[in-house]
Structure formats: structure tokens, C-alpha cells
Design a binder for this molecule. Structure first.
Ligand code: NAP
Length: 270
């Protein structure tokens, strides 16, 4: 299987780097195109992939990843429509549904839609993917293998994609805000900024790892740290009074609602 990528920006180049790093494909098996010629030249030099025009990218590829901004996706789809035959088209464009892609390229085409997140830049992404019915089991497995070379990947029903967008798509921003706030708290309590930021980042990384590797419920892990009349329960009490959990829940829900709105707008524009 060979890979073509449209859009060599943040996500496109991160995906290519992860695939090469994970030895899923070699650079010789990857084709790319970007309307920004400087970006295309830079990617060609850095990652040693083939860069060519859209027709040749389609011709050489079995899996095509659409990593352009959502507002650029419909024009690109119309442009490459005539070059599509056997390829699986995987869109990572936020808010662009499989139906709206199929409307542009034809209902007989193989289309998948994924929502990754930025930690895939360091091989720790969390992605969800939905496939249409034309994609074979072998093609599904290959596409999942590509996403799993960039972190975790789960197959879901497409109707869950707005919720996925609100949680793991937008989630890194909430986590970065939390890390920054932890560090600020450390500075307020007397720690030097650099040390506070390192401690905050590693605390979130380590806690996530402990949760995922132990399989324990987060409440159980929280209880393990909160001894009677201790320091941690004081902090937990402050977070509860500030409605921390409710605020995080609302953030995820509101982001997912915005994804619904954006999907509806893109459907109207397509
Ligand atoms: N960043 C995230 O957290 C995240 C998470 C999940 C999904 N996504 C999705 O990933 C996609 C890419 O995001 P990004 O942050 O990587 O964007 P980006 O850095 O702006 O990269 C997109 C690239 O595509 C180029 N482009 C525009 N039209 C094109 C066309 N017709 N053919 C080929 N290339 C074209 C753009 O060139 P110009 O700059 O010249 O327009 C740009 O270089 C978006 O749809 C986004 O919704 C992002």
C-alpha cells in the first residue's frame, strides 16, 4: 500500500514523520502535494518523500489523506475527483462528514473520516475513525495501522465524531491550560517557573500513564493520593468548590456542539 497526502502543514507533516518513524512505510512509498510550494519543497527535503501534482499523487497512492483546512477541502475534492478510482480517501478535516465528501466525489468511492489530535506530533495521538461501506477489511486494517503508528486509534460510528472532536480533538487545549495553571500554582507557592512547568507536565504525563496502564478508575487513583486530613484533600475540596469537573464537562460538550454547527455550515456550503 502506498500513501498520498494533500496538505503538508502541521498535521500532514506530523503524520508522514510518524509513519516513517514507525517504519510503517518508507519515504519512497509516500507522495505529497501542497498548494504552498515553499512548504512542499521544505517537506520534500526534510522527509525525502515524493512531491508531485495532484494527479500523480492520486495515481501512485492506495490511501490518500486529506490534511487541508476544512474550508479548502471541497475545492480539492472536486479537483481530484477524476483521478480517484481504487483509493481509500481518509479525511482528517474537522467537521467534514463522509456524506459531504461523497457528494463531491461520488457515492461509489471509498471514504474514511478521522479525528486525530496534536499529540500525534510526538507519537501519542488519540484518533477516532469511521469508514464507509466500500472499504475492505484489509484497507481498514491498513488505515488503522497508519493511525496507530501515531498513537491510539479507535474505530467508531461516524455519529460520535462531534463528541470525539469536543473531547480528544479539543482536549489538548484544556490539558495545556491545566498544566499552565498547575505551574502558576507552584510559582505562587514559591517554585521557580522552569521547575514548576516540568513538575506540572510530568505530573499530567505520569498520571495519564498510571490511569491507562493500571486500568483503574480515576476516582480510585484519586482516592489513593488523598489521605485523611492530608494536603491533597484540601486541594480537591477547592477544585470541587470551583466546580472544576462541571466546567470541564461543559467545555467538552460546548466544543462538541460547535462541531455540530460547523458540520452543518460546511454541509450547506458544499
Ligand atoms: N491541528 C489540530 O489540532 C487538528 C486536529 C484534528 C484535525 N485537524 C484537521 O487537520 C487539517 C489540517 O490542519 P493543519 O493544522 O495541519 O493545517 P495547516 O497547517 O494549515 O496545513 C494545511 C496545508 O494545506 C495547504 N492547502 C490548502 N489547499 C490545498 C490544496 N487544494 N491542496 C493541497 N494543499 C492545500 C495549505 O496551504 P496554505 O497555507 O497556502 O493554504 C497548508 O499548507 C484541518 O482540516 C484540521 O481540521 C487538525
Amino acid at each position: 500500500m502506498k500513501l498520498g497526502i494533500f496538505g503538508l502543514g502541521n498535521m500532514g507533516t506530523a503524520i508522514i514523520s510518524g509513519i516513517i518513524r514507525g517504519q510503517i512505510l518508507s519515504h519512497k512509498e509516500i507522495w505529497g502535494f501542497d498548494t504552498d510550494t515553499q512548504k512542499m519543497t521544505a517537506t520534500k527535503e526534510a522527509l525525502k518523500i515524493h512531491c508531485d501534482d495532484p494527479q500523480n499523487v492520486c495515481k501512485h497512492s492506495d490511501l490518500l489523506i486529506l490534511a487541508v483546512k476544512p474550508q479548502d477541502s471541497h475545492n480539492l475534492l472536486r479537483e481530484i475527483k477524476e483521478y480517484l478510482s481504487h483509493q481509500v480517501l481518509l479525511s482528517i478535516c474537522a467537521g467534514i462528514s463522509i456524506d459531504s465528501i461523497v457528494e463531491n466525489i461520488g457515492s461509489d468511492k471509498k471514504v474514511a473520516r478521522a479525528m486525530p489530535n496534536t499529540p500525534l506530533l510526538v507519537g501519542e495521538g488519540a484518533s477516532c475513525i469511521a469508514f464507509n461501506d466500500h472499504i475492505t477489511q484489509e484497507e481498514r486494517e491498513f488505515t488503522l495501522k497508519i493511525l496507530r503508528s501515531l498513537g491510539m486509534a479507535f474505530e467508531v460510528d461516524e455519529k460520535l465524531m462531534d463528541a470525539v472532536t469536543g473531547l480528544s480533538g479539543s482536549g489538548p487545549a484544556y490539558v495545556f491550560m491545566f498544566i499552565e495553571a498547575l505551574a502558576d500554582g507552584g510559582v505562587k507557592a514559591g517554585l521557580p517557573r522552569d521547575l514548576a512547568l516540568s513538575l506540572a507536565g510530568q505530573t499530567v504525563l505520569g498520571s495519564s500513564k498510571l490511569l491507562l496502564e493500571s486500568g483503574k478508575h480515576p476516582g480510585e487513583l484519586k482516592d489513593m493520593v488523598t489521605s485523611p486530613s492530608g494536603t491533597t484533600i484540601e486541594g480537591v475540596s477547592i477544585l470541587e468548590k470551583a466546580a472544576f469537573r462541571g466546567a470541564v464537562m461543559d467545555a467538552v460538550y460546548q466544543a462538541s456542539q460547535r462541531s455540530v454547527e460547523m458540520r452543518q455550515t460546511h454541509t450547506l456550503l458544499s
